[in-house]
Design a protein. Structure first.
Length: 124
């Protein structure tokens, strides 16, 4: 019997980043599904459907950190990796509030992404 493939949601408003990360995950034998915003993710996905999330910090509307907090309030905290290409004070503040979540700076390489996913999904 083959173990089930892990399902990863990629939530990023940048079409190119979302497609590239999703394609990379599929090539590594993950199921991957992309969403352009936190609101789109919440509207279309029942809590707990994905094994892990790859979430941009600076999404339009609800930020990536706010999405993770909303899922926790719904009783469905999700393992996640936060990604960002911005390093302004507001972004650094958001990242500081999610210090326990693996974080990557864009651009990142395949090994960094897979290491961050492993850390996010590892039991504490």
């Amino acid at each position: 019997m083959t173990p089930a493939r892990l399902c990863i949601a990629v939530i990023d408003d940048d079409d190119g980043v979302r497609a590239a990360v999703s394609d990379l995950l599929r090539a590594a034998n993950f199921h991957a599904r992309g969403f352009a915003s936190a609101e789109a993710f919440l509207a279309r996905v029942p809590p707990g459907r994905f094994d892990c999330l790859v979430v941009d910090v600076n999404l339009p509307g609800m930020t990536g950190v706010a999405l993770l907090n909303a899922l926790a309030r719904l009783g469905s905290p999700q393992p996640a990796v936060l990604i960002t290409g911005r390093h302004d004070p507001g972004t650094l503040d958001l990242l500081g509030r999610a210090a326990s979540v693996p974080q990557l700076r864009k651009p990142f390489g395949d090994p960094e992404l897979f290491d961050a996913l492993r850390r996010a999904m590892s039991p504490v």
